[in-house]
Design a protein around this ligand. Structure first.
Ligand code: MV4
Length: 482
């Protein structure tokens, strides 16, 4: 593969192109009307215009993207995340055009795209799953019987689901019928597929996911876990690796299970196996994401593996260069997603220009972004403008570095989730590692965040004053040399 087209925009397009360039592979960008002057377009060796800003007229148009690859002579297409990355039809069309899809086979995308098909595929592999059913259900009387057996509370889920849509907690049999009807109609309108199923509701879960990597020669390894429990309405905001609560034994078990999930669908490339972890550290397989994930950098930092490089090598047909025993975790990495949203105002999208945009830098800081000072944040796409990633020898050090990095990130013109990140980093539950997926709902209020920000400013002002007084003292000593 000498040339690769990146079918994406923003930070992930840039991140993929950087690795490709380092590997001596030429890069082709695609772009919409809104992204004419975007950094990913300028960075690429070549760029092809797709169409108007709305993604259904640009980044989602399969034919245009495949045509762009053909006319530029790109031998591979990397889909990034979002857009067409988990569209099996796209993967199939790319292949049919004689182009390498940097990702798994269409079959694996299809199976894992359906929660029910995924459960069915891993059934024979002895992977722990939440008690429940593995078939779609529409009959509410049957559902009541099953719910009695499982025990309330139960959770109704949409098979095609994502982003929590079509999900309903049911506390007792009196609520079941109406909640099921709602779940079905929500799933139908959101996914065009009204299949729902029932699971035991896990009340206070942590979200743990395992990164896997598989080649075309039958080798599968895992690159340990990421914890993504700090979410707001199914939107991840803070992720880290490793998790504060996994033991080496549990990590090895979950890792081995994740590899078997990958094998169950003949997985190829980089993928992520999602688990719920309950308070007693029981874990349950949820689903598999068949793409490179937003939060992959925390794994890269603690393992030293460039996941995009490995994706490309696997796509070229190479064997994995390391075995499970070669992989270890070193230190701790933390990621904060910087969204153009106002955390003081119910996370409303914050539109406008990046009047000031100065990112922090330093040894333990990585910023993956796709915008520059002066640019306008387009309203058409995901509101994530950057990922702030920090590293430390310990979790505490990674958190301290994140606090410093947030303080040194200057963004003016729009509101962002940076102050929200500062709130999380300071919070006792987060610091101690004693939190679950309810953290934001449980602890976050704009008032608490504002108090933090104010304290932070006072602390900074005091530190400045102290420094000033010390320097003045020193300057007053006659003849002293600093
Ligand atoms: C669950 C659950 C509790 N019990 N399943 C949310 C999105 C989807 N991928 C799975 N999700 C959940 N499934 C059972 N049986 C709670 C959640 C859940 C959640 C999971 C991970 C991270 C954040 C979450 C927030 C709310 C609910």
């Amino acid at each position: 593969m000498k040339k690769i087209l990146v079918a994406n925009r923003g930070e992930i397009a840039l991140r993929i192109m950087r690795t490709a360039r380092r590997m001596g592979i030429r890069t082709v960008a695609v772009y919409s009307e809104a992204d004419r002057h975007a950094p990913h377009v300028r960075f690429a060796d070549q760029a092809v215009f797709l169409g108007p800003a709305p993604s259904n007229q640009s980044y989602l148009v399969m034919e245009k993207i495949i045509e762009a690859a053909k006319t530029t002579g790109a031998e591979g297409i990397h889909p990034g995340y979002g857009f067409l990355s988990e569209n099996s039809e796209f993967a199939r069309k790319v292949k049919a055009a004689g182009i390498i899809f940097v990702g798994p086979h269409p079959h694996a995308i299809e199976v894992m795209g359906s929660k029910l098909a995924a459960k069915d595929a891993v059934k024979a592999y002895d992977i722990p799953m939440v008690p429940g059913i593995d078939k779609a259900i529409t009959d509410t009387e049957k559902a009541k019987k099953i719910a009695e057996k499982i025990g309330y509370p139960i959770l109704i889920k949409a098979s095609a689901g994502g982003g929590g849509k079509g999900m309903r907690v049911v506390e007792n049999s009196a609520e079941l019928k109406s909640q099921m009807e709602r779940a079905i109609s929500e799933a139908l309108s959101a996914f065009g597929d009204g299949s729902v199923f029932i699971e035991k509701y896990v009340g206070s879960p942590r979200h743990i996911e395992i990164q896997v990597l598989a080649d075309t020669h039958g080798n599968t390894v895992h690159l340990f876990e990421r914890e993504c429990s700090i979410q707001r309405r199914h939107q991840k905001v803070v992720e880290e690796a490793p998790s504060a609560v996994l033991t080496p034994e549990l990590r090895a078990k979950m890792g081995a299970d994740a590899c078997r999930v990958a094998q169950a669908c003949d997985y190829v490339g980089a993928g992520t196996v999602e688990f719920l972890l309950d308070e007693k550290l029981n874990y349950y397989f949820l689903e598999m994401n068949t793409r490179l994930q937003v939060e992959h950098p925390v794994t890269e930092w603690v393992t030293g593996v460039d996941l995009v490089e490995e994706q490309i090598r696997v796509a070229r047909g190479e064997k994995l260069r390391f075995k499970q025993e070669d992989l270890t975790i070193k230190g701790h990495a933390m990621e904060l997603r910087v969204y153009a949203e106002d955390p003081a105002n119910n996370f409303l999208p914050s539109v406008g220009d990046l009047v000031v945009y100065q990112k922090p830098s330093g040894e333990n800081i990585r910023v993956d972004d796709g915008y520059e000072e002066g640019m306008e944040i387009p309203i058409y796409y995901d509101p994530m403008i950057a990922k702030l990633i920090t590293y430390g020898a310990t979790r505490d050090a990674a958190i301290a570095n994140m606090e410093k990095a947030i303080a040194n990130y200057r963004i003016e013109g729009i509101e962002t989730t940076l102050p929200f990140g500062a709130f999380v980093m300071k919070h006792e539950a987060f610091k101690s590692g004693d939190f679950d997926t309810h953290f934001v709902k449980q602890f976050f209020t704009p008032e608490a965040m504002a108090a933090d920000t104010k304290n932070g400013e006072e602390v900074a002002a005091m530190a400045g004053l102290q420094l000033y007084l010390e320097r003045r003292k020193k300057l007053r000593v006659p003849g002293e040399v600093n």
